[in-house]
Design a binder for this molecule. Structure first.
Ligand SMILES: NC(=O)c1ccc[n+]([C@@H]2O[C@H](COP(=O)([O-])OP(=O)(O)OC[C@H]3O[C@@H](n4cnc5c(N)ncnc54)[C@H](O)[C@@H]3O)[C@@H](O)[C@H]2O)c1
Length: 255
């Protein structure tokens, strides 16, 4: 971390993150903790979240956790209401949670289709709807980052509703950027390539698959989650004050 930037504009700012228990979301929380930000996060994983809270508190951060399954919009609304009650209006929201479960297009039922959209897209809309009024009322501007994926851009197969959801994130970002821009709230999409999280390593990373993927990246190193986190953090800082409605790829130049 010593090589990475500290942004004075983020010190003391309140940041909400979805899916902070593990993976990229955990590194986003760690990165904001290093900035001296106040942290709130939502996740369905109670055990992983408890260890994240312990880790962040031990490092001296103020952190609030609200458990919710983001597919349940009533639970989502209650979780964000509780974070706002504890920490006040956020300066930034990072819509990070998702799950890239594989599915064959032939087997998809209407129920599974809806479940995939609920997991990978719908909650980003309702999280934004849940916190934007408080952000507007606070009148300090702010930033929202929606997590995309370069999988649809690369025409990846085997998870068509995940890739459909992630393509739609770009449209949602640009619409909210227009609607929230007058309130100085910026909205951007961060677009990761293949990121070496614990879940990816457990489920999909083999030497052959990684070699094949690195052959397509301009940069030949596996991508650590902290590099996605760094881009999110920069986008929320004042250094990115005139960036909105845009996409920021963190994929090592993958084609
Ligand atoms: N890892 C990659 O290679 C990669 C590539 C492209 C995009 N992304 C995107 O980055 C983001 C983070 O992915 P990750 O790889 O860190 O995933 P991860 O599975 O490692 O972590 C996701 C976190 O979200 C939580 N979560 C999942 N569904 C939830 C729900 N319904 N309600 C509440 N919490 C829920 C999980 O408990 C977990 O803590 C996602 O939007 C993902 O699509 C990841």
């Amino acid at each position: 971390m010593a090589e990475f930037a500290i942004y004075p504009s983020l010190k003391g700012k309140t940041v909400f993150v979805t899916g902070g228990a593990s993976g990229i979301g955990a590194d986003i929380l760690r990165g904001f903790a290093d900035q001296g930000a106040r942290l709130g996060f939502v996740d369905l994983d109670a055990t992983g979240s408890a260890s994240r809270v312990a880790e962040l508190e031990e490092a001296g951060s103020e952190v609030a956790f609200a458990q919710a399954d983001l597919r349940d919009i009533a639970a989502l609304k209650a979780a964000f209401a509780s974070l706002i009650k504890t920490l006040g209006a956020p300066y930034a929201l990072v819509n990070n949670a998702a799950r890239d479960d594989r599915h064959g297009w032939e087997d998809v039922t209407e129920e599974y289709y809806d479940e995939r959209i609920a997991t990978n897209l719908r909650h980003m809309f309702f999280a934004t709807q849940a916190v934007a009024p408080a952000m507007i009322e606070a009148g300090q501007g702010g930033a929202i980052v929606n997590m995309g994926s370069n999988s649809w851009w690369e025409a990846s197969g085997g998870m068509p509703i995940y890739t459909t959801s992630k393509a739609a994130v770009h449209g949602m970002t640009r619409s909210f950027a227009r609607d929230l821009g007058p309130h100085r709230i910026r909205v951007n999409t961060v677009v990761p390539g293949w990121i070496m999280t614990e879940r990816q390593k457990e489920l999909w990373v083999t030497k052959e698959a990684l070699d094949r993927h690195l052959a397509r990246q301009c940069l030949k190193n596996p991508i650590a989650p902290e590099y996605v986190a760094r881009t999110v953090i920069w986008l929320c800082s004042k250094d990115a004050a005139m960036c909105t409605a845009s996409n920021f790829f963190v994929d090592g130049g993958s084609v």
